[in-house]
Ligand binder design. Structure first.
Ligand code: G3H
Ligand code: 13P
Ligand code: ZN
Length: 311
């Protein structure tokens, strides 16, 4: 099976009340950890690549790693550009074999967001590629751009029908209180998501796939390992998994996870170095990082996304 589109995945996920995990990839061990987990539980997958990942690993390497994962597992895997900032990067990924791109013009005005998204949609659809767009702004750090909580804004449900019909986008990322990075909610406060906004958006866009960014849960197990082996991550709080499970049963068809992968891999490598400071073969410590990613992704698929058995 070649790398696939998300169209069929989202249709089945919407009807089946589950979500597809969209996991950020930057190197071979991350791709292997994620795809081996998905193969164990027979789940479809989205692997996504940011501008920073393309700069780090290069387009051709990431493309071939994802193709190799598809050959190795036989799973339906979509390859998606995460947070495309302009037409040029979207075009480059479309021309370079991605099956899905995100144009993130959410920091622009409503009209400018529509104009840029529409331009990307026209080019993408001419080339058989689907487009994710965003309305509303998430707080947090992504590609070295930091959006403060004050500058973030929830999606306005009254805008979504006009936005989707004028742009022709295939899925829509909305802001309901999640944020990028490991520090999502203030320590001591109760995490809240605006499910009322999600409900109203899905009422206005029946059957239309919704995307949640900033959806890492910052699993205590990995934070504790990092803190026990060098410290520094003490008060990181993520999105509670029961909220993600609830979103997955609603109109949310794609759930983006990056920080949890970073934490799991870092936990494995730090733990390994603390136990074996004499090791210097990368295969020794990267194996542990990859094992923790496999464990994390399997747990997400089975206990949060509900996409196991759906490949
Ligand atoms: O939302 C952003 C993702 O976590 C990607 O992060 O741009 O540092 O690769 P990155
Ligand atoms: P996290 O930082 O919560 O993992 O979010 C990742 C993301 O939204 C990638 O687009
Ligand atoms: Zn994101």
């Amino acid at each position: 099976m070649p790398i696939v589109s998300t169209t069929e995945m989202f249709r089945k996920a919407y009807d089946g009340g589950y979500a597809i995990g969209a996991f950020n990839v930057n190197n071979m061990e991350i791709v292997q950890g994620i795809t081996e987990a998905a193969a164990e539980v027979n789940s479809p997958l989205i692997l996504q690549v940011s501008a920073g990942a393309r700069k780090y690993a290069k387009h051709a390497y990431l493309m071939k790693l994802v193709e190799a994962a598809e050959i190795d597992t036989g799973l339906p895997i979509a390859l998606h550009l995460d947070h495309g900032a302009d037409f040029e990067i979207c075009k480059s990924c479309i021309d370079g074999g991605f099956t899905s791109v995100m144009i993130d013009a959410s920091s622009k005005s409503f009209e400018d967001n529509i104009a840029l998204t529409k331009q990307v949609v026209e080019y993408a659809h001419d080339h058989g590629v689907v487009v994710e767009a965003e309305l509303g702004t998430l707080a947090g750090v992504e590609d070295e751009v930091k959006v403060s909580a004050e500058d973030s804004s929830y999606t306005r449900p009254e805008d979504v029908e006009e936005f989707v019909s004028r742009t022709g986008c295939d899925s829509l990322a909305i802001a309901i209180g999640t944020s990028h990075g490991a520090y999502k909610f203030k320590p001591g406060t109760k995490p809240q998501l605006r499910f009322d906004i999600l409900e109203e958006v899905s009422r206005r866009l029946p059957g239309f796939p919704i995307v949640l960014h900033g959806a890492s849960s910052v699993i205590p197990k990995y934070v504790n390992i990092i803190n026990a082996n060098g410290g520094a991550l003490v008060d990181a709080i993520g999105v509670p998994e029961d909220m993600l499970r609830k979103a997955a049963t609603m109109a949310v068809c794609k759930i983006n996870i990056d920080s949890d992968l970073r934490l799991a891999m870092t936990a494995g490598i730090r733990e390994h170095f603390c136990e074996h400071p004499e090791h210097f073969d990368p295969r020794q410590y990267l194996t542990v990082g990859r094992d923790y990613i496999r464990e994390l992704v399997k747990d997400k698929i089975v206990n949060v996304l509900g996409s196991d058995g759906k490949a």
